[in-house]
Design a protein around this ligand. Sequence first.
Ligand code: F6R
Length: 628
Amino acid sequence: MCGIVGYLGYQNPKDIIVSGLKKLEYRGYDSAGVAILDQGKTKRIRAQGKLKELEDKLQGETFDGHLGIGHTRWATHGKPSERNAHPHQVRGINLVHNGIIENYLEIREELLTEGAVITSDTDSELVAHLIANEIEVTQDLFKAVERTLSKLRGAFSILVMWENQPDHLVAFKDGPPLVVGLGKNEMFVASDVQALIQYTKRFVYLEDREIAYIKGTEVSFFSANGFPIHKKEVELNWNPEMVEKQGFAHYMLKEVYEQPRAVASAIEPHINPDTFSVSLKNIGFGGQSVQKLEELNTAEDWLKTQEVFKKIERVFIVACGTSFYAGTIGKYLIEQLARVPVEVDIASEFRYRKPVVPPNTLVVTISQSGETADTLAAIRLAKELGATTLSICNVRNSTIDREAQGHLYMNSGPEIGVASTKAFTSTLAVINCLSIAIARTREVMSIETEKELVTALLAVPSQMEGVLAFDKYFEEAAAGLKLFRGFLYMGRGISYPIAMEGALKLKELAYMHAEGYAAGEMKHGPLALIDERMAIVMVAPTDQWYDKTISNLEEARARGGKIISIGTGENEKLRSISEYYLAMPKTHWTVSAIISVIPLQLMSYHLACSLGYDVDQPRNLAKSVTVE
Ligand code: F6R
């Protein structure tokens, strides 16, 4: 999705904006541009393609001014091209935009009738025209933006500057995220704190339909209809190194290797290592704002959480993509451990299928970014339907996090690679804690079982380290995969969602066709696909589903399929029938998915690298999907 950066201060805007845009590259984009004041006039420079193209154009450009905005565009209206790239410039107004203006056709018609010269195919340029029209009346940027807002429908955020007011910058959010960075005698705006963390740790997150009005070194906040509002400042404890590659070839690889630490951080708040028990920490069902969670009385908060868990009769888990697969594993865990019925839904389906949400339902949303449009709509709908909502997010203070009633965190640290890895495994660890907590509260799990499951969970980070040490075998296996026509990833039980996740990783990174299937479904169709050009990736840990999985594997092999299998320890059977057998450590079934996904992540990574693809920013994909 598009990335926005803006700067007003004493430093050189060009460097700050370009470095901020680089930090937002993970969001996915196909063109970029900046507009920076230079001796009272705006210089606008845009380029199709990667930021490198923009940087080449900016080389040697100097700007004598202290105000600027920049943008990375992920095409929605109009193809990727320089003329569609932002900022859009209309009579001294420069505007960058993220999201969609739904009534853009009507606005376009109106503007054309008035004689406007529209130079791009975007909905964004139209907003710049509307503001430029209003400014002729108001002669003030803030007022012009405010008057324009009532004419726009959709989910969008904008950042606007006007060359006649060189110390003003106006931002508005109604959908995609925007955050104001508070510096010392300087102000920043961006789509994500990652763009600004090297300059400041003090932020104010805009909520929907809020305006930030920066004037010199001050910022004030207003509702969309112009009423002043008070906003809380948040201080982040991130350091800039957390968003660097730290010697790894790609962010994705770094993030895969960070998984043991990420999983440990995910479970740490909720586990007592002395008693091997789980009590969820500072969830906030009592109605506290996310900024205040740390200040809660942990024991009182846990009692409130338990009250919720005692009452629930049904759980829905709603998410998209990789987070949805984590949710599907959640269904196995919560149902089997806590004996509460669970439905898992893709958020874009949940929001439109008029779901029946009975009383005493807990809706759990999972989102790394906390900004995914469909998941956000799902949580809003769940609240409307009277459910209690609990979010599992990685980005604290993100929109979904703020809107949920209860809050759990992946604690993975920034995930920059578009393909989700450490957020997935951290989520699985959090869901383990959640399942145990619900089960114990409802008294359907013994203390002994809790101890056994917590022991298994605590062992995971070091087991993951052990698996990562075998990366060279995953690379070797990946090298053998290039020639296959297609891939069928399969598993049973908790390994079935892992098969789907493995197939997704291969599709998005190596652009190869792969399907994830429940192994038991093979006979009901996919078996027809199998021949010697089809690779079967079977996730077959030694668990309660193992024997049945082996029968499926034999059937696939009998049709000529080439097998890559992932199993537990030295397994002669699997080794003998597989082209590649990848041995994982012995684990409890509840945590095996956290381990067995690692070889799948790394095989896709190596395959994509060897094919020369951009693993951190796969084509056509965006990290944070803030539109439907
Ligand atoms: C795949 C991937 C996506 C995301 C999905 C949801 O590797 O990253 O499928 O999982 O777009 O994103 P979040 O979790 O941010 O809601």
